[in-house]
Design a protein around this ligand. Sequence first.
Ligand code: PMP
Length: 406
Amino acid sequence: MLNVRNDFPILTKRHNGHQLVYLDNAATTQKPRQVIQAVVDFLENHNGNPHRGAHILSVEASEAYDQAREAVRRFINARSGEEVIFVRNATEGMNLIARSYGETHLQKGDKIIIPISEHHANLVTWQRVCRATGAELVYMYLDETGHFTEDDLAKIDTSAKIVAFAGVSNVLGMKVPAEKIIERAHAVGAVVVYDGAQAVPHMKVDVQALDCDFMVFSGHKMLGSAGTGVVYGKKELLNDMEPFLLGGDMIEYVQEQTTTFNVLPFKFEAGTENVEGAVALHAAIEYLERLGWEAIEEHEHALVVRALEGMKKIPHIRIIGSTDPEEKTGVIAFMIDGVHPHDAATILDSYGIAIRSGHHCAQPFGAHIGAEASNRISFYIYNTIEEVEYFLETLPLVRRQMGYKD
Ligand code: PMP
């Protein structure tokens, strides 16, 4: 098991007389000293507006920003830094792709195919593309344990122009058969958008091996700071797209009535860049790479194995999607019979356990499975087996506190 807790100052926090047990990592992750220090060092010693000045601080900020982009490129194995665009988060990345690619490349009769379990970021964005272009949004409904069916895959036919899916669902916590979906999508000429928000922090995602056309992810879910996300896109697609936001560094030359735009990746980065966010992401990537994917995956898997084993033995707990740890990453959504998820989360919070409750930004999925809201625990590299044991001991108390006898 990994032993990294000392790197994370916030994990010493106590709440309500208990040691804080942070199990809401799918929402956002905590930050190690290495990331915090990198940001402090940048702000104390190198802060300037990048790519705009000849002076030392502008130059140093430019270097920091460019180095962060190169670290991301290496991390996801993009062919070139031109294919790595910094945005605010995965959601903004999806908006960029939907607006700049979807709205200009689709038309009536075309289809956008997504699983019903998608996060709103990968759903409402396509609804708007459909309104703007007359394209149709088609859902793959999955089976009751969250697996793709042959019927789902058959929906990817020659009218499919975009197939968009999360590599790991933030509700089901299951890895999707990405290669199979991508192969099928490409066979019918569709473009693939891979939402890496819950995948990239937890496993090696190699965009060339995967052969997705676009990918998005958020820095804050992988030890970085909020306000930093990434869009990966194949260069030929990005070159063929209109800019998303206008102004600042994405400009080449402005005349009174017309403007020409900068080259990739700058064409998609309007306004002053979030350099400290990029610095944080760079430090986060180095931190994760130092640990290594094998150790990270092994650690999270051990937590999930124990959590699922224990939860399955507790009466009145219903786990959403597969209960096979081999199919799950560190995300487990569940219901407690007779207890509203917000009540469950509030009771667990009183024991120092932070979990998520709500619709997890996947309302159509909640409606589809008849669970408008649910609870969710999610792990990361600093969670321990002891924390899982404490959660398993505390979970049965929720129903008791709500007045049930068993
Ligand atoms: N996609 C998935 C699968 C997610 O889990 C999330 C965050 N919950 C997002 C997209 C959006 O991420 P952000 O809020 O950082 O834009």
